[in-house]
Design a protein around this ligand. Sequence first.
Ligand code: SF4
Length: 456
Amino acid sequence: MIIDTHAHLDFPDYKSDLESVLSRAKEAGVDYIINVGTSLASSEKSVALANRFHDIYASIGIHPHDASKVSEQDWQTLESMINEPKVIAIGETGLDYYRNRSPHEDQQRIFHKHLTLAKTHNLPVIIHCRDASDDCLKILDEHKNGALAGVVHCFSGTREIAEKCIDLGLYLSFAGPITFSTADNLREVAKSVPVERLLLETDCPFLSPQPKRGERNEPAYLSFIIPVLADIYGLSIQDIKRITTFNAYKLFGIGEPEHEGKIAYAIRNSLYINLTNRCSNVCVFCMRETYPIVKGHHLGLNKEPTAEEVIDAIGDPAGYDEVVFCGYGEPTERLDVLIAVAQFLKSKGKRIRLDTNGHGDLINGRSIIPELKGLIDTICISLNAETAEKYEDICKPVFGKRTYIALIQFIKDAKQVIPHVQVSLVDIPGVDVEKCERIARELGVDFRVRKYNVLG
Ligand code: SF4
C-alpha cells in the first residue's frame, strides 16, 4: 500500500479520464489519495470526489495565490465543510513569494486563519512555502503550541530550513523534482530528513517525475519517485512504501496500521527477529513501552513466540543477506529460543548477527558466549557509556552497579569466540564518544555511533 498525500484530481486535466487515472493508481499500489483543495470551489470539488470514491480523502483550503480574494462568506463556507466525514486536513495554505499573486499581508493573514482552524479541529495542515521560508517558519512558530501538525509539501528549501520544520514536528514531502538529474542538492536535503518524517506526494497534475517530465502527472507516477527515495535513504522500495504509509497514517489517520507485533520483519535486505519485548535495561531513549515501531514495523508482541513460531514466521530465509536477532527487547532473555532458531538458520547457511545489551551472562546466570560459538557471526553490543555510573544513569539496568563490569567482561568473552564484535553507543548528550571509542579500541573490537532516534 502507498498513499499519495497531495494530488489535485479535481483539476480540469482529469476531466475526461479520471477513472482510468484512478485505476492506474490502484495498479501501481496507490491505495489512498489525498485530494488537496486550492480554492473554495476546488475544496468543494475535493469533498465531492472524496464522497464519490472510496480511495480519495479531501483536504480543504485556499492557496496563498488566492489569499486576497477570500471574503468572510467564503471563509465561513470553507469552515462549514470541515464536518464532512472525509475531510482529513486543512490546506493547501502557506506563503508564495515567488509568484506573489496576493499581497504578503493577505497571504500571512489567511495562513494564520488556516492554522487556527486546523488546530481548533485537531486536523493536520498541508503547507505550501515558496521563497518565503523566514515568514513561513515565523508564523508556524507562533502556532507551534497545541495541536500543530502537518506537512510542508513539495519541499524545496535548504537543509537548515528542513531541520527547523522537523523541530516544529512537521513532515516533509518531495514530489517529482527529487528525480531530476539536476536535483543533487535537493536529494542531499532529503537525506537529512528522518525517514520517519517523510511522506509521498505527486502534486499532480504538476511536477511529473523523470521519465514523465513535461507530461501530465498522476498518482501512479509515485512509482518513479519511490526508487529515488529508496536510493537516497539506503532502504528498499518496500521499506519506503511501508514507512511512508505508516507516516501518512500517523499524520492523517488514513490507511491500515499494523496492530500486532511482528516476529520476523525485513529492513533493506536483512531479516530481523523479534523474540521478546522484555529487557534488563530501561534506557532513557528507549520507546519499546510507549511506541514500539521501527521503520514502519510494529514490534509490540502480544505473546513471546516459541522457536517453532519464529521458524514459521521466517519462512524461507534464502533471499536475505543476513538474519539479525534484534527487535524491541533483549534477545538473550530467550536464549533457548535464540539458539534453536540460530541452529535452524545455520543449517540454511545464513549469516547471523546478534544485537544485544550484553547482559546475557547476568540474565542467564552463566557465561553464555561459548553457547553462541559457531552460530553467531557478528555480535553488536551496546556500550552506551564510558563509566559504570553513567551507564546506570542512561540505561537503568535491573542488575544495578555490577552490570557495567559484567558488560565489559561479556565483550571480552565475545572477542575470543565470535568472528566479528562491535560495540555501539547512542549519541545522546553527555556521553563521551571519544572515551567510549578508546574503550572499544583497548578491547580490540569495532566501534559504532548510532544516531539518537534512528532505529533499524
Ligand atoms: S537495551 Fe535496547 S531494548 Fe533494552 S531498554 Fe535499552 S534500547 Fe530498549
